[in-house]
Ligand binder design. Structure first.
Ligand code: SAH
Ligand code: SF4
Ligand code: F3S
Length: 439
């Protein structure tokens, strides 16, 4: 038998890209590829890219430039670009960097095997269509390999919200939900392979409305179905839009035992003027009231969010409104970004904020967020949490896992195995993680 060919995939961007990279590796597995951790011994290199901010997109070209020497040494090496930069720039990528053999958009991964064959025949392969078929269904012939205790599962893709700063509606297309039976089948398969926690993914996951046995199912409906899967212990989902936080989903946070008390609910800004200009269709007040209702259903829930500072026309006063909102919510985690102009989006045409003012605001926001994050993490000391252990730690006998609130927890206890779910009493709070002892 011939040596298997080696595939190196580098993933940028969001969790959906992580999920997609796994699917691409499986699709190319059927063509005789096995994954390698090093680009140097690869027969094919795939960059699964992100277009969300300018820096993310530009990284791809500098990374590609680094493969020049490798390609010169190994003329048979094939180089491909997948993901959102592939979708946004298409053919332009091959023009700008001729060593690229293959460009595949996020909706066309099921066509990778044919595309790979084309590159082996010495041709370039490009596919950035938005086909009607469910690519994940076409990709389902996956090997039944054992897996770690946590997994992502994409349930919904694309977005129809068109926030004025965002490329996702263009790179991922309009919103589509996968049918519930396929998701449940995939979840059961993951559980059989060792998975105990599933994070449901979608650019707008709480807008999920896939076909179910009795008509359309909501995300809450899907979560309740997953709640019945034996062996599955934890359910999470990300990313949600405030406008799609339906009553049944809020209620599920209080009643569904496998649904974890953690919610990523980006608000982007605390200023109603800016929110309006962002086309976010919620106000800071409607967002705060929503959080009140969520906390009424699940008082210990840890909130997480995303922020953009320096959005066009943001004044110091607008920024202060963001700081006030953060002060009120107190996020356990939050991700904040300086606004990045994305060509083709409505905000790109508007008056930009002075970059230094934006840097300064970002710094202040991050300092505040870090303080809250730390306070919430510190408040775990003395409490008992349940930890799903994922990997060994750096010290002898140490294991690391996640609490229900998504905090990393270190425990020294050699009797723990990966995949164990154990009660832990938290004794210490460090910079980025907690430490505790088995109960
Ligand atoms: N669908 C999700 C997130 C998509 S992108 C949502 O609606 O929240 C992830 C985050 O990147 C966004 O929440 C936003 O904070 C940030 N982001 C998106 N476009 C950006 C841009 N042009 N500049 C800076 N940050 C951006
Ligand atoms: Fe982008 Fe807005 Fe859609 Fe989120 S909701 S993916 S930020 S357009
Ligand atoms: Fe980036 Fe595309 Fe995800 S732009 S954040 S990889 S949807």
């Amino acid at each position: 038998m011939s040596e298997p060919k080696k595939l190196f995939i580098k993933t940028y961007g969001c969790q959906m890209n992580v999920y997609d990279s796994e699917r691409m590796a499986e699709a190319l597995g059927g063509q005789g590829y096995v994954e390698t951790k090093s680009a140097d011994d690869a027969d094919m290199i795939l960059l699964n890219t992100c277009h969300i901010r300018e820096k993310a997109a530009e990284k791809v070209y500098s990374e590609l430039g680094r493969f020049k020497g490798l390609k010169a040494e190994k003329p048979d090496l094939k180089i491909g670009v997948a993901g959102c930069v592939a979708q946004a720039e298409g053919q332009e990528i091959m023009r700008r960097q001729p060593l690229v053999d293959l460009v595949v958009g996020p909706q066309s991964y099921h066509r990778l095997p044919e595309m790979e064959a084309k590159t082996r025949a010495g041709e370039k392969a490009l596919d950035t269509d938005f086909p009607e078929e469910d690519k994940f269904e076409k990709l389902k012939n996956r090997p039944k390999a054992k897996r770690g205790p946590t997994a992502f599962l994409t349930v919904q893709e694309g977005c129809d919200k068109f926030c004025a700063f965002c490329v996702v509606p263009y790179t991922r297309g309009s919103e589509v939900s996968r049918p519930a039976d396929r998701i449940l089948r995939e979840a059961r398969d993951l559980v059989e392979r060792g998975v105990r926690e599933i994070t449901l993914l979608g650019q707008n996951v709480n807008a999920y409305h896939g076909a179910g046995p009795k008509g359309e199912m909501t995300l809450a409906g899907l979560i309740w179905e997953l709640n019945k899967v034996d062996g599955l212990e934890r359910i999470r989902f990300t990313t949600s839009h405030p406008n799609d936080m339906a009553d049944d989903l809020i209620e599920a946070h209080g009643t569904c035992d496998k649904l974890m008390p953690y919610l990523h609910l980006p608000v982007q800004s605390g200023s109603d003027k800016i929110l309006k200009r962002m086309n976010r269709s919620h106000t800071s007040d409607s967002y705060l009231r929503l959080i009140e209702r969520i906390r009424a259903a699940r008082p210990d829930i840890v909130m997480s969010g995303d922020f953009i500072v320096g959005f066009p026309e943001e004044t110091e006063e607008d920024f202060q409104a963001t700081m006030d909102l953060v002060e009120e919510v107190k996020y356990g985690y939050a991700y904040s970004f300086k606004y990045s102009t994305r060509p083709g989006t409505p905000a790109a045409e508007r008056a930009q904020v002075d970059p230094q003012a934006a840097d300064d605001r970002l710094q202040r926001l991050q300092t505040l967020i870090t303080r809250h994050q730390r306070e919430i993490q510190d408040s775990m000391v003395g409490r008992t949490v349940r930890v799903l252990f994922e990997k060994p730690g750096r010290l002898p006998g140490q294991m690391v896992g996640k609490s229900e609130y998504l905090h990393s927890v270190h425990v020294v206890a050699p009797e723990i195995s990966i995949g164990d779910l154990r009660e832990v009493r938290i004794t210490e709070s460090g910079t980025n993680s907690l430490a505790g002892a088995l109960l």
